[in-house]
Design a protein around this ligand. Structure first.
Ligand code: TYD
Ligand code: MG
Length: 461
């Protein structure tokens, strides 16, 4: 018999390597490789072993003959989560919900059975039954039905869990968390890379065989060291990531992968004393909470997934105290900020090199939509002049290296959302395609380049 074989796995991206490496060649992270035994062949249907004879009853089928119309989606009782998933959960799918500890994964996953009334098997490897009950009491409020239909099972051995799930055949299973579960078919300790992978693979096979929708919770730590959901992304059907600042009460659930719907959609929640509250219209919470008339704030009309979202960009420009000016951005790429500052310096003649520039996206949002550029520039200039931008004014445009303002996708929808939220003026690129019907109550100001924006916005500054 050959000696037990081991492989090295990257805890950040799941890359496999036959030997240790200081830096993962796939994702470029340092010190993330951990050693783990290769899964035993005996693990049912393990990904490694390929047997010669077809072992299952399944046969190849013609594409035309496949009927998916009966795949009705399962509603999870929370409209925003259903929307994020593309209209509810697909039976037999495995959804991974990842996030840092304390962000609210357990809260969300307990609210689902309470709100939906689905017959749910809620497996917890982290809390005792009593702890779950205490939380449920806090959450349930008026959802006493959910207390009736939810079964709590405090267990970590996956074989036991699956056998109970088979016996009970619930309508939904929730497993909190993948890091605490273990299977006998892998020798390493719970939470190790090979355990996590095998547990997830077993749950996926179970979901596919039984048609039961399964929600799996996974922790991500800030340093990314503990083997986490990253290595599961290619196994599961859907990956939802829970984000937000622990201090702030807003939480954003983002779809990063979805085999049955679109990605880059978000759902926004507010953590309250009685659980997570869905925020159906996130723009309302992301726009100003201060009195009008403060400098350094500009509203951006962003698109997140398919939904327009308005939020506040805040900038602070001040004289640098020490030799080198500081540049720091929260929720925005610092390199992009530097680029925009260079454009302001070179193309519009603002001397910002001796100034500290701080940038913040309101609500703990992480922004990658290039349409934010125009609002960033407006906020920086507003702070620099100490001249406030009218509060009924918003922006959507990308800024190019020569200082030109470029059009962004779906400008009309951004304008429509801005008008709906009561904005009276929106700055967009002059190169935006002309559109047919725009709301009358909003004035669309088209600007071609940064100097034109400055002229139109800060004429009196
Ligand atoms: P939790 O769901 O336990 O986080 P995770 O499972 O991701 O580790 O959420 C824990 C935090 O949420 C904790 O700091 C308390 C807070 N919380 C509320 O503010 N309101 C509530 O109703 C509940 C249940 C939790
Ligand atoms: Mg938890």
């Amino acid at each position: 018999m050959a000696a037990a074989k081991t492989l090295w796995y990257c805890t950040s991206c799941g890359n496999e390597s036959p030997k240790w490496m200081g830096r993962c060649p796939a994702c470029g992270e340092w010190n993330t490789m951990v050693e783990a035994p290769v899964e035993k062949k005996s693990s049912a249907g393990g990904s490694k072993g390929v047997s010669k004879a077809a072992s299952s009853e399944r046969r190849p089928v013609r594409l035309k003959d496949i009927d998916h119309s009966r795949e009705a989606r399962v509603s999870l009782g929370l409209a925003e989560v259903d929307r994020l998933l593309g209209g509810g959960m697909v039976p037999g799918s495995l959804v991974l919900v990842g996030g840092e500890p304390g962000i609210g994964k357990s809260t969300l996953s307990l609210q689902i059975p309470l709100a939906s009334g689905l017959r749910t098997l809620y497996v917890t490897g982290e809390e005792s039954e009593r702890q779950v009950k205490m939380r449920a009491d806090r959450l349930s409020g008026n959802a006493a039905d959910g207390l009736e239909t939810t079964l709590i099972y405090s267990e970590t051995r996956i074989e036991d869990i699956l056998s109970h799930a088979r016996e009970l055949s619930p309508e939904l299973m929730i497993v909190d968390s993948v890091q605490t579960m273990f299977t006998d078919s892998v020798e390493s300790t719970p939470g190790s890379v090979s355990q996590i992978k095998e547990v997830a693979a077993m749950l996926l096979r179970f979901a596919k065989e039984s048609g039961l929708p399964v929600i799996l919770i996974g922790h991500i730590t800030k340093d990314g060291y503990i083997a986490g959901p990253k290595i599961l992304e290619h196994i599961v059907d859907v990956v939802l990531q829970f984000e937000g600042e622990n201090r702030a009460s807003y939480r954003i659930l983002r779809s990063i992968k979805n085999r049955f719907g679109s990605t880059s959609e978000i759902a926004v929640f507010e953590m309250t004393g009685t659980g997570l509250r869905e925020v159906a219209n996130p723009s309302e919470m992301l726009i100003p909470m201060h009195e009008a008339g403060l400098s350094g704030a500009a509203i951006c009309a962003m698109l997140d997934g398919s939904r327009p979202l308005l939020f506040e960009v805040q900038a602070l420009v001040s004289s640098a105290v020490y030799g080198t000016a500081q540049r720091s951005a929260t929720g925005f790429d610092t390199r992009r900020l530097n680029m925009l500052l260079a454009v302001l310096e070179k193309r519009a003649g603002f001397h910002l090199s001796a100034k500290d520039v701080f940038l913040n996206m309101a609500g703990g949002l992480k922004v990658s939509d290039p349409a934010a550029d125009l609002a960033v520039i407006a906020a920086v200039l507003s702070s620099n002049f100490d001249y406030s931008i009218p509060s009924d004014c918003c922006f959507a445009g990308e800024v190019g290296l020569s200082g030109e303002i470029r059009p962004v996708g779906q400008t009309d929808r951004r304008i429509g959302e801005a008008a709906r939220l009561g904005f009276r003026k929106i700055f967009v690129s002059s190169y935006s395609p002309a559109s047919g019907s725009l709301p009358k109550e909003i004035k669309v100001v088209k600007v071609a380049d940064v100097p034109a924006l400055v002229k139109s916005l800060f004429r009196n500054a």
